[in-house]
Ligand binder design. Structure first.
Ligand SMILES: [Fe+2]
Ligand SMILES: [Fe+2]
Length: 295
């Protein structure tokens, strides 16, 4: 039987998924997500956290979140935390404040999930002693994410703390920075400005590049693991996860894709998996395995 492998010698083992986007309009998504969560449960070794980079539910409906929380109970049996951020699908068609209440109720239902505050989606937490900043849109928008000044200042202050402690930081957000991770190709080439954070992208980039090593973990693209999945800019390391639930476009259309990230003192090692079958992606796939040095 294939099994996902978490390295007991690593300081951190993370599962990194994008876009479960569970929906009654395509039952395959929940089947794939169920299989992926079961693969984490049955893995060799233990995960410190499962990180899900938004678009949890296609329409942001209560029943969709109930289904996701149900699947995650299996993964939580072999992970110390389950961390979810919101994506544009979670927030875009609902009144902002009532959807925030619904998302908090969902997080209450997910075992071992750190909670966002009552009035905003963004917050910070720690995974195995390493800082994790969870971002989220400050108002509704259909495709990009409006990131307000207060949130940008929050991210900056948290990264300053991490730098003072000499630790790499993880930032979980739904959208990649504009024109990174293969955009616009990875957004099917539609509109050179589309597929990224949007108007605040440059401000966020300036903050992310002004501190120590930062792993910026995103989803949104629904693009199979490829040469675009990893982009480094100095000490900023931008990792874009494919969708674990939906079909992915690009040359690699394996269903149920995602990453295992293992952090060591001097490097981060990524391994791409077909989580439905708990099998590593073939080595011929670019970034099927990768290493980022932290010197
Ligand atoms: Fe999505
Ligand atoms: Fe999205």
């Amino acid at each position: 039987m294939n099994r996902i492998r978490f390295d007991p010698a690593a300081k951190l083992n993370l599962v990194f998924w994008g876009d479960p986007q569970i929906s009654p309009v395509e039952t395959g998504r929940v089947q794939r997500f169920t299989a992926a969560c079961n693969a984490v449960r049955d893995a060799q070794g233990r995960a410190d956290a499962v990180l899900i980079a938004g678009d949890i539910a296609e329409f942001g409906r209560e029943a969709e979140y109930t289904a996701v929380a149900g699947c995650l109970k299996a993964a939580a049996g072999n992970a110390d935390a389950i961390v979810c951020c919101t994506g544009n699908h979670d927030v875009r068609i609902r009144p902002y404040k009532s959807q925030l209440r619904r998302f908090r109720a969902f997080l209450c239902d997910v075992p071992k999930a750190p909670m966002c505050p009552y009035d905003r989606y963004y917050f910070s937490t720690e995974i195995g002693g390493y800082p994790l900043i969870v971002m989220g849109a400050d108002r509704n928008s259909f495709e990009s994410a409006y990131i307000g000044k207060t949130q940008l200042s929050f991210v900056e202050a948290e990264l300053q703390k991490a730098q003072a402690e000499g630790k790499p930081a993880f930032v979980l957000n739904h959208q990649p920075l504009n024109r990174t991770n293969g955009l616009p190709v990875t957004w099917e080439g539609r509109g050179s400005w589309r597929g990224g954070v949007g108007m605040q992208s440059q401000k966020l980039r300036d903050i992310l590049t002004s501190h120590g090593h930062v792993f910026y973990l995103t989803g949104h693209l629904h693009y199979g693991v490829s040469g675009f999945s990893v982009e480094n800019s100095g000490r900023l390391h931008m990792l874009a996860a494919p969708s674990v639930g939906c079909a992915n476009h690009g040359p690699n259309g394996v269903l149920g894709q995602g990453f295992v990230l293992s952090l060591y003192e001097d490097k981060l090692v990524g391994t791409a998996y077909d989580f439905v079958n708990a099998a590593p992606l073939p080595p011929a796939v670019p970034n099927a395995s990768f290493e980022i040095r932290l010197n």
